[in-house]
Every structure is written in structure tokens, then in C-alpha cells.
Design a protein around this ligand. Structure first.
Ligand code: NAD
Ligand code: UDP
Length: 313
């Protein structure tokens, strides 16, 4: 049993990670400032003596003795990270420095939740890890994209300079229960709109693509990554390589919900990537990992969650 710190542990992915780590018998300390996460996501863990919740902002230093750190703290949805872009960059950069310093002080292994956004609007498809990306440094997505790129740089400099054991996972679009209904992401938007009988909002032509990974698969990938040999740093792509257009996604959601909502086309946001699909050869080879849950099955579970949540509200 290890003592593990999960920053951003009250968020969508973080809360699933805490569940899994506690289930494996680890002592988990969850640190979150509740910017986009919520006590509701981890409330069921509170009675468990293996789980500890601490309200803290990772842009400020933090002292604790732990064996490993999962650094997930950062708003992930465009509407969330664009609300206070300066704070988003601070969280990515200062948060990374504070957690890396902590890892160096206590000799902990540390995993960074990086993102496919480091590839920007890619001109190579699908994206392998050695592709350096095509990112606008001064656009409305830059606080997130460049913040995450700088965090990766910091991780690799701590690895080179102070021989820290680092793991960098580049996460592609992930969905599932506990997504925030108002986070503006496409999966949550479409499901909520379909359940309410409202039009599904398609940005641009709807022919842009994303590859959607179910949350349970992603958590498997993060655990496998953390368990790799000390000299394995990544970066490793974690995502589902099955690509869909937004129109295909909308039609699938409508069919699963049994909704007759229509599609409503809206302007495409600035710098919205046209296509995104992970090359997961490295994850297959080094982590022996690949997603198991298909989009239809994953969406059914997510729709069930949102039906319950919206009914309760
Ligand atoms: P989320 O917004 O649900 O979770 C982020 C959590 O971090 C929230 O609980 C929030 O309150 C917390 N947080 C934000 N700023 C903080 C700060 N300064 N100090 C402490 N806590 C803070 O998002 P998510 O989808 O669960 O994403 C988790 C991580 O995974 C993020 O780092 C994100 O960049 C990365 N990621 C997610 C996806 C995805 O599709 N969900 C894709 C790529 C990368
Ligand atoms: N999108 C859409 N309708 C929505 C929300 C998003 O068509 O109601 C599009 C968005 O423009 C993008 C894709 O869906 O092309 C994925 O958006 P999301 O915000 O979920 O993730 P990201 O852009 O960060 O990959």
C-alpha cells in the first residue's frame, strides 16, 4: 500500500482515479480548490479511512510525505479554462513547479496529466508522440495548450536536472459519468440537450473529428503508466483511436437517448482543432494498454448518469 497524492482529485477524472486507488488499498490524499470539481464527486469516499480531502490551490506550495503524485489539477473544458486564462496558466506552470519540487523533496514518482492539446490543430494525423504540434501561442486556447506544454518542459527538466522519476501522459478527449453538465464539452452538451429535447449545438460544419475515450479505460492507462519502470518517462498518448465527426456523435447520442432534437449549427470557436486522433502504438507496446469500451457502450453509461443527475436536480 502506498500513500498517493491526487491533485484535482475532486474533478471528473481525478475522482475516478481516487476511487480506483482507494479500491486498490492505497492511502489517497486528494487536493483540490473546487474551481471546477466538487465535493459531490468524492463525498462517497469521505467515510473511508484510506481517503483524505484537502482544500488547497496548487499554485501555492504544499508539504506532505507521499510515495507518488498524480498531478491533474487544472480546468479541462474550454469554457472553464478560458474564464480566467491567467489563472489557468498559473495552475499549469506554478502548479507543476510546486508539485515537482514536492516530489523532489520527498523522493516521489510523479505523473502529469498532459493533453492532446499539446499538438494544437495538427497537420499530422493520427498524432504520434514525436510530433511537436501546431499551437497558436497567443490565442484563446493558449493558456491551456501552452500551459500544458510548459508543464511538460518542466517535467523533463526536473528529470534531466534532478533525476526525478516522471511520467507524462497525453490524454485525449475523455468522457463518462461525473462530467459537469455545464462544462460546454461536446459530449456533456449533446447528452444534456438531447435529454431536455433542446437542439444539439454543432459548432462549424460538424465535420471536425475527435476520438472519445471512456473514463474507465483512461484510468486503466494512468495506473499502467505510473507502474512502468523508473526509466520510462513518456510522453505517452492515452486515448481511443476510433475517430468520429461531431455530426456522427450527435446522431449516436440522439439514437441512444431516443430524442427527436434537431441539429443547430453555430460558429466554430477560434483555433478549434479540425481533427484529432491518437496514435497509441507506444501505449500498446510499453503499457500493454488499449481502450476496451466502445463509444456506444460508454455513451449509454454516460447518458444513464446524466438522466439520473438531471432528474435529481
Ligand atoms: P475537471 O475540471 O473536472 O478537473 C480538474 C480539477 O482540478 C477540478 O476538481 C478543479 O477544481 C481542480 N483544480 C483546478 N485548478 C486548481 C488549482 N489551482 N488547485 C487545485 N485544484 C485545482 O477536469 P478533468 O476532465 O477531470 O481533467 C483533469 C486533468 O486531466 C486536467 O489536468 C486536464 O487538463 C487533463 N485532461 C483531461 C482531458 C479530458 O478529456 N477530460 C483531456 C486531456 C487532459
Ligand atoms: N462542439 C460542438 N458543440 C458543442 C460543444 C463542442 O460542436 O456543443 C465541438 C467543438 O467545437 C470541438 C469538439 O466539439 O470541435 C470538441 O469540443 P470539446 O470542447 O468537447 O473538446 P476540445 O475542443 O477541447 O477537444
Amino acid at each position: 500500500m502506498a500513500k498517493l497524492l491526487v491533485t484535482g482529485g475532486a474533478g471528473f477524472l481525478g475522482s475516478h482515479l481516487c476511487d480506483r486507488l482507494v479500491g486498490l488499498g492505497h492511502h489517497v490524499v486528494c487536493v483540490d480548490n473546487f474551481l471546477t470539481g466538487s465535493q459531490d464527486n468524492v463525498g462517497h469516499l469521505s467515510p473511508n479511512p484510506l481517503f483524505e480531502m484537502m482544500r488547497h490551490d496548487v499554485t501555492l506550495p504544499f508539504e506532505i510525505e507521499v510515495d507518488g503524485i498524480y498531478n491533474l489539477a487544472c480546468p479541462a473544458a474550454p469554457v472553464h479554462y478560458q474564464r480566467d486564462p491567467i489563472q489557468t496558466t498559473r495552475t499549469n506552470v506554478l502548479g507543476a513547479i510546486n508539485m515537482l519540487d514536492l516530489a523532489a523533496r520527498v523522493g516521489a514518482r510523479i505523473l502529469q496529466a498532459s493533453t492532446s492539446e499539446v499538438y494544437g490543430d495538427p497537420d499530422i494525423h493520427p498524432q504520434p508522440e514525436d510530433y511537436w504540434g501546431r499551437v497558436n501561442p497567443v490565442g484563446i486556447r493558449s493558456c491551456y495548450d501552452e500551459g500544458k506544454r510548459c508543464a511538460e518542459t518542466l517535467f523533463f527538466d526536473y528529470w534531466r536536472q534532478v533525476q526525478l522519476e516522471i511520467k507524462v501522459a497525453r490524454i485525449f478527449n475523455t468522457y463518462g459519468p461525473r462530467m459537469h453538465p455545464n462544462d460546454g464539452r461536446v459530449v456533456s452538451n449533446f447528452i444534456v440537450q438531447a435529454i431536455r429535447g433542446e437542439p444539439l449545438t454543432i459548432y462549424g460544419t460538424g465535420r471536425q473529428t475527435r476520438s472519445f475515450c471512456y473514463v474507465d479505460d483512461l484510468i486503466d492507462g494512468l495506473l499502467s503508466m505510473m507502474a512502468t519502470a523508473a526509466d520510462f518517462t513518456g510522453p505517452v498518448n492515452l486515448g481511443n483511436p476510433v475517430e468520429s465527426t461531431m455530426i456522427e456523435l450527435a446522431e449516436l447520442v440522439l439514437a441512444i437517448v431516443g430524442s427527436r432534437s434537431r441539429l443547430e449549427f453555430r460558429p466554430l470557436p477560434q483555433d478549434d482543432p479540425r481533427q484529432r486522433c491518437p496514435d497509441i502504438s507506444l501505449a500498446r507496446k510499453s503499457l500493454r494498454w488499449e481502450p476496451k469500451v466502445g463509444l456506444e457502450d460508454g455513451l449509454r453509461q454516460t447518458v444513464a448518469y446524466f438522466r439520473h443527475r438531471l432528474a435529481a436536480a
